[in-house]
Write a protein of this length. Structure first.
Length: 271
């Protein structure tokens, strides 16, 4: 997700530094960004020269310690685990960015901000998969988010060609609260043998004009990510968000969706 976010900012003309602690994943950042930019060339969104120029503005680091200066914007995009996000945000805050943001899908912005020295400069910027194609960014305001931070966030979203929807901090915000509930019910239907994943997805695509069915979308997002979000929402909003045993079982088996090659669908290897 972070790599795709980097790609859209590069395409908008920004200089971007990606921090990836895993050396294996760090090696994948540049090729993945290049592939995203080249896909834009095939779709007629940019020229080959523009894609090459954008890719040239990317620098990859193995740790935040390798960064200096005060960046305009830092976006944290690590997994949906509260303490992990807090730790990464605390490290990122030492860079004194003009705006610090989390790409969380549902963790409380106020809770994440509680350990920051400058919570007024912190917002949620919730991007959607696949980032280059999706036009929405959910801008989540905490109780201490300043008007200046809000304005900077909205300008950043507009600059990359996305449309912002501003919401206040609440469990699951607007999109995850509704989207996860739909996804969990679809998983329960598979678990109960109501229909297979293809039938359920096609019903929602044809009957409700959803561009992607809830189970295929769960594969794209990652079953482990869905599980983390649902577990958090169940703890804060109640049992209607309780993850179905099928979801827990598939995650336990390593069936995480597109990134593992198997979820509710089989996915070919990337590239």
């Amino acid at each position: 997700m972070g790599t795709a976010i980097a790609a859209v900012f590069l395409a908008a003309g920004d200089h971007v530094r990606v921090v990836e602690a895993s050396s294996e994943r760090a090696a994948d950042v540049a090729p993945t960004v290049a592939a995203i930019l080249e896909d834009g060339v095939r779709r007629g969104k940019r020229t080959s020269e523009e894609a090459g120029s954008a890719a040239g503005r990317l620098v990859v680091h193995n740790s935040l310690a390798g960064l200096d200066g005060a960046p305009d914007l830092v976006i944290e995009a690590v997994p949906e685990r509260l303490e992990l996000k807090r730790a990464v945000l605390a490290d990122a805050a030492r860079l004194q960015p003009t705006l610090l943001a989390s790409n969380t899908s549902g963790l409380s912005i106020d809770t994440l901000a509680s350990s920051l020295e400058s919570p007024e400069a912190f917002v949620g910027l919730h991007f959607f998969n696949p980032v280059p194609a999706m036009g929405l960014v959910e801008v989540v305001l905490g109780q201490q988010t300043s008007h200046r931070a809000r304005a900077i966030a909205l300008e950043a979203v507009a600059r990359i060609g996305k449309e912002p929807v501003v919401v206040r901090d609440s469990p699951g915000f607007a999109t995850s609260r509704l989207g996860v509930l739909l996804g969990l019910e679809a998983i329960r239907m598979v678990q109960e043998g109501v229909a297979d994943p293809v039938a359920i997805d096609r019903a929602m695509e044809l009957g409700y004009r959803h561009p992607v069915g809830p189970l295929r979308l769960t594969d794209v997002v990652g079953l482990d990510v869905r599980l983390d979000i649902a577990t958090h929402l169940a703890a804060t909003l109640g049992e209607r968000f309780e993850p179905p045993p099928l979801l827990r079982g598939m995650v336990g088996e390593g069936k995480l969706g597109r990134k593992s090659g198997q979820g509710f669908y089989a996915w070919p290897p990337a590239g």
